[in-house]
Write a protein that binds this ligand. Structure first.
Ligand SMILES: Nc1ncnc2c1ncn2[C@@H]1O[C@H](COP(=O)(O)OP(=O)(O)O)[C@@H](O)[C@H]1O
Ligand SMILES: [Mg+2]
Length: 355
């Protein structure tokens, strides 16, 4: 085919219409496209993406290629080179936190695996190449230090608390500041002050994502956070038991009340896969969360089976190792992927899919 067959103005329009997964703005307007070459029936282009978009790198490349193939006639070969773009996070909210996306992970009650899922989301994003912070705001049962094997008090430099490092994740927990085993009994105003200070006085650096492990149930902290920061959205974790689901409904209502968008529901301890024979047992019944998510108009992010090794690794402080386990990793990875896709869709003001 002759080179004249590819209409450059159509290629330009496809690029112009394509949104950056981080900002939702045109990749041309944000200056993320360069080196466009059209030669014969071939198109080559360079697309620059930030580390915030790292989990969506491949799917974004595929989506742009599909758009070009669909809309530009006469194309045979499309080469999209994805390279890095450095675009540091701007300060957000009144406290000057420099994070691009802040996600609260909540549940209606304790013991559903909220902290395990919050930590897994944080590790999953870190593994994909993002800069991630994990803040344990569960003042009633701060379990992140236990699940990650972190000990010792955070140091203070220039009056700022330094987060602890866990495989590249920046972690801060109420549990690191309060002696272990000491019940934290704080009420409204004190709690508000503690969370505000905790978030404000921590040297988070530049973050793509801040994942917040919320205390179960109560709306106080969700309200405090929503006043301090523009939260991107919330994830609610539940188990398939009916009671837990009713608790999850309350958690969803609580986030809605303080106008925090729901990015999705996770069903944890969904079913048991026998490590010996591979047979699946629906110990608590199954699929309840997915159906409930649909009826409540909340996207379903996925399920995680009951896996004894998840519990064992949690107690050994090796929660990140779940990503090395073929019986756990694919579930956690799918949840992370859907979560960032949903957050990206929200930035483009698109409706979220039920799955
Ligand atoms: N999918 C799972 N399979 C097996 N054990 C799990 C699973 N998810 C969490 N656990 C275990 O359940 C317990 C409670 O989890 P945790 O994340 O601390 O819950 P929460 O933060 O909701 O109180 C921990 O011992 C954890 O290791
Ligand atoms: Mg917890």
């Amino acid at each position: 085919m002759a080179s004249s067959e590819i209409d450059r103005s159509i290629v330009d329009r496809v690029l112009k219409d394509f949104p950056d997964p981080e900002t939702g703005q045109s990749i041309v307007d944000t200056g993320q496209v360069s080196d466009l070459e059209i030669a014969g029936d071939r198109i080559g282009v360079t697309l620059r993406l930030t580390t915030h978009s790292a989990p969506l790198k491949e799917s974004t490349r595929e989506a742009l290629e599909a758009q070009i193939r669909q809309q530009v006639s006469g194309v045979h070969d499309v080469q999209i080179r994805v390279t890095d773009l450095d675009r540091p996070a701007e300060p957000i909210g009144q406290i000057g936190l420099r994070a691009k996306t802040v996600i609260a992970v909540g549940s209606g009650k304790g013991g559903v695996g909220k902290s395990t899922i919050a930590a897994s989301i944080a590790f999953g994003l870190k593994r994909a190449g993002c800069q991630v912070g994990l803040m344990d705001a569960d003042v009633y049962g701060p379990s992140i230090p236990h699940l990650l094997g972190l000990e010792g008090k955070p140091t203070v430099e220039d009056g700022r608390l330094q987060p602890l490092d866990s495989l590249g994740l920046r972690v801060m927990s109420m549990g690191l500041l309060v002696p272990p085993g000491e019940a934290v009994v704080w009420r409204g105003p004190m709690l508000h002050g503690a969370i505000t200070q905790f978030l404000k006085d921590t040297e988070w650096g530049l973050l793509d994502y801040l994942i917040i492990d919320m205390p179960p149930g109560t709306g106080d902290i969700a309200l405090t956070l929503s006043q301090l920061l523009p939260l991107s959205g919330a994830v609610v974790v539940c188990t398939p038991q009916d009671v837990a689901l009713l608790d999850a409904v309350k958690a969803i209502a609580m986030f809605r009340k303080v106008q925090i968008q729901l990015l999705g529901l996770v069903e944890n301890m969904s079913y048991f896969l026998c490590p010996g024979c591979g047979e699946r047992s629906d110990i608590f019944g199954s699929g309840g969360a997915r159906a409930r998510a649909e009826s409540l108009d909340v996207p379903f992010l996925g399920d995680v089976p009951i896996n004894m090794q998840i519990r064992v690794r949690g107690d050994e402080g090796r929660t990140a190792a779940n990503f090395e386990d073929a019986a756990a990793a694919p579930y956690l990875e799918a949840i992370c992927r859907r979560l960032v896709e949903n957050a990206s869709r929200l930035r483009r003001s698109e409706e979220l899919p039920s799955l």
